[in-house]
Design a protein around this ligand. Structure first.
Ligand code: ATP
Ligand code: MG
Length: 196
């Protein structure tokens, strides 16, 4: 009994070791976090912390939450290795001005493009950019192009629901967070420190 367990574990270890050895490519990756469940932007924040831990320079562009400042933006404000751009508008249902939303989206994208061509930035977060593509505020083609042509060792984290097929294709790692339950549906309002 024990020896068959041991054999199984040895086989498992040999397999894992061989996979680790095979994974010898070192390059910037695109992580895409999509789906309706909670945890996309906050997961991006986890990777921001990891990068900052290694003194890496981080660029963050937030495409949706113009009005709502989050705890992480307050925390990272004035951090020497963080450059944050926040799209300066609420969104459609707040502003009810599509042209203004579009203009602001394009302005934020111009900043994102600068980050995506600057090798000093080791991590670039494009928070909620999927909506900009889905609403056709930004051209998907130019986003895909900037991702493809970015510096070789730059990581990118993209968040937002309903990611397009092309974004999924261009990303190296894609996770979909499923909404099983959310406190908001039990009338619990967004909580500081957890939701914002
Ligand atoms: P978080 O920033 O908490 O990681 P997220 O980025 O996955 O969330 P978004 O769609 O960007 O999700 O929504 C941001 C805000 O909406 C957060 O306050 C979050 O808690 C809340 N939220 C996320 N998913 C849901 C949901 N399925 N139902 C209700 N509220 C949600
Ligand atoms: Mg989010």
């Amino acid at each position: 009994m024990e020896s068959s367990y041991k054999k199984r574990m040895q086989r498992k270890k040999a397999y894992i070791d061989s996979r680790i050895e095979a994974a010898n490519i070192d390059k910037g990756i695109v992580v895409l976090l999509t789906g309706n469940g909670k945890g996309k932007s906050s997961s991006a924040m986890g990777m921001i912390c990891r990068s900052l831990g290694y003194d890496m320079k981080v660029g963050i562009v937030r495409f949706l939450k113009g009005e709502q400042v989050t705890g992480e933006d307050i925390f990272l404000d004035n951090h020497e290795n963080v450059y944050t751009v926040i799209m300066e508008t609420g969104f459609t249902w707040d502003t009810q001005d599509q042209e203004l939303d579009k203009r602001k989206a394009v302005e934020a994208w111009v900043e994102a493009e600068k980050l995506l061509s600057n090798p000093d930035f080791k991590l670039v977060v494009l928070d909620e950019i999927t909506y900009m593509i889905n609403y056709k505020y930004l051209e998907e083609k130019s986003i895909l192009k900037a991702l493809t042509n970015r510096p070789e060792n730059q990581h990118v984290v993209i968040t937002g629901r309903a990611a397009s097929e092309s974004l999924i294709e261009v990303a190296d790692t894609v996770s979909e967070i499923i909404d099983i339950k959310h406190a908001f549906r039990a009338n619990i309002k967004a909580q500081k420190g957890l939701d914002l």
